[in-house]
Design a protein around this ligand. Structure first.
Ligand SMILES: *[C@@H]1O[C@H](CO)[C@@H](O)[C@H](O)[C@H]1NC(C)=O
Ligand SMILES: *[C@@H]1O[C@H](CO)[C@@H](O)[C@H](O)[C@H]1NC(C)=O
Ligand SMILES: *[C@@H]1O[C@H](CO)[C@@H](O)[C@H](O)[C@H]1NC(C)=O
Ligand SMILES: *[C@@H]1O[C@H](CO)[C@@H](O)[C@H](O)[C@H]1NC(C)=O
Ligand SMILES: *[C@@H]1O[C@H](CO)[C@@H](O)[C@H](O)[C@H]1NC(C)=O
Ligand SMILES: [Zn+2]
Length: 453
């Protein structure tokens, strides 16, 4: 009898994931949970830290996929980041349950999980602001704990392409620097950061300098069609978000989505930084009216969000992906892969493996590939792009550059007024712009007191 008991204990000990309770785990408990999952499932999980918070807590990330420890050419990188505002806590809970669900599904040979982990590398960071969480109260609306240990709002601390006044590098918080470094290491394609205090899927841009991007009160990006699709993918797979009117205190959102700037402008947000500098399309998901929901509501909230969280990951397979090779057959890094008609502030460039990823809705698109080597001409090809998410792969298309030393190369006009290499931000804001901006910033500040993004 004792032996049998021991046997069961051993079995339990080797169960890939122990039962995950619906409650608020401390930062220490999250770490223990992630350690346990990664130790039990080394074939599909890899635990790493991207750096430390101001108070020295590790910023843990669990990567999931069939090759969790490193990038595989052709496999897109996806991420979810929770709890950037320390007192907006539902994301912490849901992301742990998402990990549990993916791992459990894979261990049970469930097709949806096998296909997702086979085709995608998914990075999950339950908390980007562990220090803020430690100091937060459990109030629904109040913002004690929103900021990091230095009292800074991490979602206002990134470089901003539109802001006239930019932060100095030494004003950048540790948590933000860690995320910026992370974006340099991985070629992220799609991402979302999870917030609370509203129920809406918000998309780029969050800011504007009142240039040509400003259309009817929205700050419209070149990939607006894709962003609207992505936001609806979340809101319509969510139990109620698409109804647009769940939180009594906010204005109704048509389809449960909004352009970030149209809702309210903000400078230094993580979403615009991901999109403008890292070519990663990111959504800001506001997933609960109450910032710190009662524990009894957590199971229902997981149920409301589960399908949306999973189908949003699958959208990383929209569009087209592939590699750029030179005339010797070697992959080319830093080749610019443009989609005609989409003038992105910073260009989409191939990574060290010569890879590019472009999220696009089904249709016909002309792509141009440019390199700076002498003797290479601009390569232009038109592609018919199908809907990739259903079969877990974007269209695969490689570009083979020709060495055309006899043709004169078109001089490409410089179109980037900002430094697009991820580390520095230069802005060409004139005095008049600055003056307008200062007045505008006062309004922003007042609005910021009442909103949650
Ligand atoms: C899942 O499939 C593998 C390989 O076919 C098999 O070894 C394993 O027992 C299956 N697991 C379950 C829970 O069905
Ligand atoms: C995983 O991917 C490989 C190759 O990409 C494919 O052959 C295999 O069928 C896939 N398995 C599942 C379960 O999707
Ligand atoms: C895309 O191009 C193909 C082939 O030229 C054509 O048959 C199709 O109608 C086009 N589709 C769209 C949406 O324009
Ligand atoms: C292009 O071709 C010329 C002539 O064959 C050769 O000298 C040159 O090295 C080639 N350059 C590249 C970048 O392939
Ligand atoms: C990024 O830009 C800065 C300033 O122009 C420069 O000093 C730095 O070397 C660049 N880094 C890379 C990786 O190109
Ligand atoms: Zn927030």
């Amino acid at each position: 009898m004792i032996l049998l008991h021991l046997f069961f204990l051993l079995i339990l000990h080797h169960t890939p994931v122990t039962l995950l309770e619906f409650r608020y785990h401390s930062n220490q408990e999250i770490k223990e949970y992630l350690l346990q999952v990664s130790a039990g499932n080394p074939d599909i999980t890899h635990l790493y830290s991207i750096g430390q918070s101001v108070r020295g807590q590790e910023l843990w990330v669990l990567a999931l996929g069939v090759s969790p420890g490193q990038h595989t050419v052709g496999v897109p990188e996806f991420k979810y980041v929770g709890n950037i505002h320390g007192n907006e806590v539902l994301g912490r809970v849901l992301l742990l349950h998402l990990i549990d669900d993916l791992v459990r599904g894979y261990r049970n040979n469930e097709t949806w999980s096998l296909q997702l982990l086979n085709s995608t590398r998914i990075h999950i960071m339950p908390t980007m602001n562990p220090d803020g969480f430690d100091s937060s109260d459990t109030d629904c609306m109040y913002s004690q704990g929103r900021f990091n240990h230095n009292g800074m709002d991490l979602n206002r601390n990134f470089p901003d392409a539109f802001a006239a006044q930019t932060l100095e590098e030494d004003e950048r918080e540790a948590e933000v620097r860690a995320v910026m470094g992370w974006l340099r290491t991985e070629t992220f394609v799609l991402s979302a950061n999870l917030h609370g205090g509203a129920l809406v899927a918000s998309y780029a841009y969050d800011n504007s300098n009142r240039g040509s991007e400003l259309i009817n009160g929205a700050s419209v990006s070149p990939d607006d069609d894709v962003f609207v699709h992505l936001a609806k993918e979340y809101s319509y797979n969510h139990a109620t978000m698409h109804n647009g009117n769940r939180c009594a205190e906010s204005t109704p959102f048509l389809h449960g989505i909004t352009n970030g700037f149209e809702w309210y402008a903000l400078s230094g947000g993580m979403q615009d930084y991901n999109y403008v500098w890292a070519q990663c399309l990111e959504l800001t998901l506001e997933i609960s009216c109450c910032k710190f929901p009662p524990v009894s509501e957590l199971p229902g909230m997981w149920k409301d969000n589960r399908k949306a969280l999973l189908s949003f990951i699958q959208q990383v397979h929209l569009g087209v992906k592939g590699r750029v090779f030179d005339s010797f057959g070697a992959p080319v890094q830093n080749a610019v892969v443009d989609v005609v008609g989409r003038r992105n502030i910073c260009p989409f460039k191939t990574n060290q493996h010569g890879e590019y990823y472009r999220l696009l809705l089904p249709g016909n698109y002309t792509l141009t590939v440019m390199v700076t080597y002498p003797g290479y001409e601009v390569l232009t090809e038109t592609l018919t792009i199908p809907y990739g998410p259903d079969h877990y792969s974007a269209l695969k298309h490689d570009f083979f550059l020709q060495n055309a030393t006899t043709t004169t190369r078109q001089p490409s006009s410089p179109r980037h007024s900002i430094t697009c290499n991820h580390s520095v931000h230069l802005s060409a804001g004139g005095a008049s712009v600055r003056a307008v901006w200062t007045g505008f910033a006062v309004v922003l500040f007042m609005v910021a007191l009442s909103v949650d993004n």
